[in-house]
Ligand binder design. Sequence first.
Ligand SMILES: Nc1ncnc2c1ncn2[C@@H]1O[C@H](COP(=O)(O)OP(=O)(O)OP(=O)(O)O)[C@@H](O)[C@H]1O
Length: 249
Amino acid sequence: MVEVNASGSNGGMTITDTAPTRHRVDPLTADGLVKRYGQVVALGGVNVHIAPGESVAIMGPSGSGKSTLLHCLSGILPPDEGRVTLGAVELSALSDAHRSRLRLQRFGFVFQDGQLIGELPARENVALPLLLTGVPRGAALRQADDWLARLGLPGIGGRRPGELSGGQAQRVAIARALIHAPSVIFADEPTGALDQATGHEVMQILRATARMTGSTLVLVTHDLQVARWCERLIEIRDALVHSDTRTEA
Ligand SMILES: Nc1ncnc2c1ncn2[C@@H]1O[C@H](COP(=O)(O)OP(=O)(O)OP(=O)(O)O)[C@@H](O)[C@H]1O
């Protein structure tokens, strides 16, 4: 039995769990990343080494290259120069099909607005990464129900995203990102659409559950309070790493 206490100033919650499966966790490394959009240099030669299980916040002014870095690290965008490796695997050396498969199996994603599928009930949204990798439907839905209960949402599995609050929808998105115990969770402004108290609660849950699965967490945020949930803060300015510091998280 694993118990993660994620309670805080909001009353919070205790996430209690029989330990979920841990995937292999590898270092994530970017070497000399360059990405251009026409004349615009979005990344001008970025080097980042992220240790297994580490939590890293990426901050910086609007247009500095944060989302581009997140998208290159997660294999969504191929860099023009440089390489991204997860353990011994170089993402840019993979075919599109292999890279998509690696993303599905080894990465989890949380976006600002959850990006849940509106037509599917919460339970099926959460089960998607398992269903897409061939886990039988009954087993996948049972695990989805377990994750929803774990994140304080028992009994909402049948509701569609439109019937959930913003905070509930983000917790469903976190459950979906974690259900397959990914090596790395990528989060792009995960609290950007939430009020401060709900955002705080969502960050507590994201951090606690990432620890529980041993997943690395890489998130982009404009909010220093959100960044402080991570152990490390990387500041991007003008397409380059401007600073890279440890926080007190
Ligand atoms: N698809 C695109 N086509 C052309 N230029 C782009 C594209 N995406 C990003 N850019 C440009 O690349 C630069 C970096 O953009 P990016 O979205 O990575 O910045 P960001 O730091 O995430 O910004 P924000 O905080 O506003 O989301 C910016 O100058 C942006 O205008």
